[in-house]
Design a protein around this ligand. Structure first.
Ligand code: PLP
Length: 442
């Protein structure tokens, strides 16, 4: 493959979630990818330890997905889905529904995780209104939760820097559960921590405070990813489910990261045996080949909304120009076929013990204060430098990249979520590189 010349003016692209000035002074640019590897513009192979951004679960540039998108763009580039349709939209919805938990088989397509979250929150409000409980408008999120960057998502989200600049305007009728992370009790947990299920009872306190009749929905990530890999305590999600059911509150699992095999099952809901009313997803739904997200709604939620309007009336005033874009749906169908054909969710399940052992081998490495994991996701938390939170993990991230491994960092936590095609030798290389790097980080 011939490389394009590296561009020398980086000023026009205002980069998302990036320290723009720092990056542009010393850029890291990727120009191609295949399987488990990126290639950087300086010609190096970079082992992908985070599936891009937790999204390329089948590995990069898979032939089947590339061909499906190419063919689709040459056949039907765009078709509206407002009062119109195209066959792949329905086929993709059926394929997603097939692997969702029992009953969650009504699929609304979006273009991102953020849009999926806003869509799910709006469906929850529409559901209660259709039932004659329009006063149920309060939404409950969780501290340290990440639900994307729409105003709905940052309202229920619990990451302070994502909220503070914008908090003067739309962030409204919300409350937050406490997060479940406490190193005094759950440091170095392998899999689900034994401590912390009681924190779900905080929902009862919130219900008492506001009254159930004002609360529409609770949204949590079953495993919190972007805040630095927080694994739910044993029994915690089950308790949330029970309390929501008791009070008629909808439970939304944000599975943008956990969906499509990350934990060794199609969904975290399946993995934990807890079925919410709505699931948000994106990213690995189509291996991130084309922007796409979706909400899976329980049939009862869907039917309540859809049967409430007069015949011929639009039931939900919501949707995106690119909902079920033909190329995105073609990619989704090819991706879901690939997951099944190559049994990638089962592969993730089979690799999880080796992944866990390799991650926990970093216990005792310089600066490490916690290691946590579930399925093919792990977090390694570092001691922060005095007065410079995040600086140590950033340095580790840059050094890993220079050593040929792409990891993710957030605060002072390194996060790992490789494509599900990763092998044991590559797992060893990922954590071996991190170990070497930590020995050289100040
Ligand atoms: N929800 C969760 C749990 C996520 O992890 C993310 C992104 O990482 C989002 C929502 C937002 O997705 P997007 O960046 O596609 O809008």
């Amino acid at each position: 493959m011939t490389s394009r010349p590296v561009i020398d003016d980086l000023s026009n692209f205002w980069m998302p979630f990036t320290a723009n000035r720092q990056f542009k002074a010393a850029p890291r640019l990727l120009e191609s990818a295949k399987g488990m590897y990126y290639r950087s513009t300086d010609g190096r192979e970079i082992l992908d330890a985070c599936a891009g951004l937790w999204c390329v679960n089948a590995g990069h540039c898979r032939d089947e997905i590339v061909a499906a998108v190419q063919q689709q763009l040459a056949t039907l580039d765009f078709a509206p889905t407002f009062q119109m349709g195209h066959p792949l939209a329905f086929e993709a919805a059926s394929k997603v529904a097939e692997i969702m938990p029992e009953g969650l088989d009504r699929i609304f397509f979006t273009n991102s995780g953020s849009e999926s979250v806003d869509t799910a929150l709006k469906i929850a409000l529409a559901y209660h209104r259709a039932r004659g409980e329009a006063q149920r408008t309060r939404l409950i999120g969780r501290e340290r939760g990440y639900h994307g960057v729409g105003f709905g998502g940052i309202s229920v989200g619990g990451i302070s820097p994502n909220r503070k600049t914008f908090s003067g305007s739309l962030l409204g009728n919300v409350d937050h559960l406490p997060h479940t992370h406490d190193l005094e009790h759950n440091a170095y947990s392998k899999g689900q921590p034994a401590w912390g299920a009681h924190l779900a009872d905080e929902l009862e306190r919130i219900v008492t405070l506001h009254d159930a009749s004002t609360i529409a929905a609770v949204i949590v990530e079953p495993v919190a990813g972007s805040t630095g890999v927080l694994i739910p305590p044993q029994g915690y999600l089950q308790k949330l489910r029970e309390i929501c059911t008791k009070h008629g509150i909808l439970l939304i699992f944000d599975e943008v990261i956990t969906g499509f095999g990350r934990l060794g099952k199609a969904t975290a809901s399946e993995y934990f045996g807890v079925t919410p009313d709505l699931i948000t997803m994106a990213k690995a739904i189509n291996n991130a080949a084309i922007p796409m997200g979706a909400v899976a709604a329980h049939r009862n939620v869907h039917d309540t909304v859809v049967n409430s309007g007069a015949p011929g009336a639009i039931e939900l005033f919501h949707g995106y120009t690119y909902s079920a874009h033909p190329a995105a749906t073609a990619a989704a169908i090819a991706t879901l076929d690939l997951y099944r054909k190559e049994a990638l969710f089962e592969r993730a399940h089979g690799l999880a013990p080796a992944f866990e052992a390799a991650a926990h081998a970093l216990r005792g490495a310089p600066h490490v204060k916690d290691v946590r994991n579930l399925g093919l996701v792990a977090g390694i938390e570092l001691e922060s430098r005095d007065g410079a939170p995040g600086a140590r993990a950033y340095e580790a991230f840059v050094k890993c990249f220079e050593a040929g491994v792409l990891v993710r960092y957030t605060g002072d936590i390194l996060a790992f979520s490789p494509p599900l095609i990763v092998d044991e030798e590559q797992i060893g290389r990922i954590f071996g590189t991190v170990k070497d790097v930590l020995a050289s980080v100040k």
